[in-house]
Unconditional design. Structure first.
Length: 115
């Protein structure tokens, strides 16, 4: 079992962060007791911009202050090295390529795909 020390948070990343599913992940993670968003990945079109500039926010709540100024990176493994967990809001076609070709989704735990 993985436990989080008192007062610490687990660094997480979000792939496809500028899309609707990625935005939902970010909104749900905003006040999470154990997770803190540390890295955001999206297309080359968004990479290099702050999240606030890269996304067309469609959620009913404002963009969380903790992610507004995070620089969006390309969805490649080296940008997520410090993340313990990476959530993916990528389209299945893109996610399949990244997971297979770049091993982004390595996990020491068995993973279950939810369809």
């Amino acid at each position: 079992m993985f436990t989080v020390p008192e007062g610490k948070k687990v660094k997480v990343g979000v792939l496809g962060a500028t899309g609707t599913v990625g935005q939902r992940f970010i909104a749900l993670l905003e006040n999470h007791p154990y997770f803190v968003v540390h890295a955001l990945g999206a297309s080359a079109r968004s990479a290099g911009k702050t999240y606030a500039l890269a996304t067309n926010w469609k959620q009913t709540t404002p963009i969380p202050s903790g992610v507004r100024d995070i620089e969006v990176k390309p969805c490649v493994p080296e940008h997520f090295n410090e993340c313990v967990v990476v959530f993916s809001g990528l389209d299945a076609d893109v996610a399949g390529d990244i997971g297979t070709d770049h091993n982004v989704f390595y996990s020491p735990f068995p993973l279950t795909r939810i369809a």
